[in-house]
Unconditional design. Structure first.
Length: 458
């Protein structure tokens, strides 16, 4: 249908106007890195490290959702007056709106235990968040902590699945002596499946005695029940007796795996493998050795990419958005080989870039003593980069489209009836999904300008 002169005038006047300052998506520039120091949470923007205003110092173990939309991290409560260790809460920052809220609020005093969030990540759908935590008693002698894994509704904070709710007779309910279980969570692209380290029992050769060591484990969602379950082990831990009294092992060497990360395209899995020479520390002291391993997404064809000098333990791993490089952090081991638990000194950490092609680790010196780096798996989109289209329909209406926004992005479509790009009023709320499909705007007698804005923005 040909556009008549009057219609053509209106067609030409229906324009898109983008206010870049009002509409970041997300607000940070594309590909920016978040990391932690003992002073708090920082973001790397245009070559500068800018502290994220979280309200408290030293939030730990941040994690970006794959699209960079959500940043989740643990944040300790204020110190309780009775001197018990404070719990840490799970906080999520919506980088599009700037809203920050506590999704999981752990209260130490109410239940007589302290909670420590170990890791987390929001799912690609933006509907749930998977998180690991350690639960320890606030008082008592000789009491062990436990670790747990849960998946919660991102809006309500209510747990919708707990794969280890009946774990009392399984490996790992009373103690994680390597402090490794659930250290790192990574979702697959556009999927409800994720990976995280889980304790499993390894029976020592020639002995009925077993040892619990973490392996990278894939969790899938049961479509019928809606619950998540451990579907497969994707790495190979090791436990080997190194000293005996008679036939009884008195010391054990182990290899355990932590900080898994699925590549941006979903085709590869990277993680840290840690070799601890003497598990109990009862014999001669030896530091642990950490190496970075890259494998197929199903765990097959693992290969060592690089390894670090003994005496350093992993404290984070992430892929660059283009999938060519790993960004990893290590921290100095505390009392290497003499303790039952591998501990790190977070004030003595470093971040390295490790290209997949070469495996050469290069320190990122400008991050100082940073650790726990995290990057998005997909490049964030800014509204100024969109190229919207306007097409007239056979009934005289118009269809607006804009591709590239996340489906759940919430925006306001605003219009100006003044015949100039000023005096905008809210026409209707829209989502990224609606923009991709197309929004129909009825034809009207007046020339109009249109723009997208953040909800409540200008």
């Amino acid at each position: 249908m040909a556009i008549q002169p009057a219609e053509q005038t209106e067609y030409m006047m229906m324009k898109w106007i983008f206010c870049v300052m009002a509409m970041g998506l997300p607000m940070a520039a594309a590909g920016q890195m978040f990391f932690v120091t003992n002073q708090g949470l920082f973001e790397r923007i245009n070559g500068r490290s800018v502290q994220v205003p979280t309200g408290l110092t030293a939030p730990v173990y941040p994690s970006l959702s794959r699209d960079g939309w959500y940043l989740s991290f643990s944040r300790p409560d204020l110190t309780n007056l009775n001197g018990v260790n404070p719990s840490s809460d799970l906080v999520v920052l919506d980088r599009f709106t700037g809203n920050q809220r506590t999704v999981i609020d752990n209260n130490t005093l109410v239940i007589g235990a302290d909670f420590d969030i170990l890791s987390s990540q929001v799912s690609p759908s933006g509907q749930v968040i998977a998180y690991g935590l350690r639960i320890g008693p606030t008082s008592g002698v000789g009491l062990s902590s436990t670790t747990d894994l849960a998946i919660a509704d991102l809006t309500t904070g209510v747990d919708v699945s707990n794969p280890f709710s009946n774990r009392i007779n399984e490996v790992g309910p009373t103690s994680d002596v390597l402090s490794a279980e659930f250290r790192g969570i990574s979702f697959f692209p556009a999927s409800d499946s994720f990976v995280t380290p889980v304790l499993g029992l390894i029976v020592l050769p020639g002995s009925a005695i077993g040892d619990a060591v973490t392996a990278i484990t894939r969790f899938d969602r049961n479509i019928t029940t809606g619950k998540w379950f451990a579907a497969a082990s994707l790495s190979t831990p090791r436990a080997e007796a190194t000293a005996f009294i008679g036939t009884i092992p008195i010391d054990v060497a182990v290899n355990y795996q932590v900080y898994p990360a699925i590549s941006p395209n979903g085709g590869q899995l990277a993680y840290f493998d840690v070799a601890k020479p003497n598990r109990t520390g009862a014999l001669e002291s030896h530091p642990s050795t950490s190496r970075v391993v890259v494998a197929n997404a199903d765990g097959g064809n693992p290969r060592e990419l690089t390894r670090f000098a003994p005496g350093f333990l992993p404290s984070g791993l992430t892929w660059t958005t283009d999938g060519t490089t790993l960004v990893v952090s290590i921290s100095q081991q505390v009392n290497p080989g003499t303790g039952y638990i591998d501990l790190t000194d977070s004030s003595n950490s470093a971040v390295f870039s490790v290209p997949i092609a070469t495996g050469t680790a290069t320190a990122i010196s400008e991050l100082g003593n940073g650790f726990a780096p995290t990057l998005p798996a997909t490049r964030p989109v800014h509204l100024s980069e969109l190229v919207p289209s306007l097409n007239q329909n056979g009934d005289g209406s118009f269809t607006f489209r804009a591709m590239g926004l996340p489906v759940r992005a919430q925006l306001d479509l605003e219009q100006s009836l003044a015949g100039s790009p000023s005096g905008f009023t809210r026409l209707r709320p829209v989502t990224g999904g609606e923009l991709a499909t197309g929004i129909v705007i009825p034809s009207g007698p007046d020339a109009r300008f249109f723009r997208l804005a953040q909800p409540g923005g200008g």
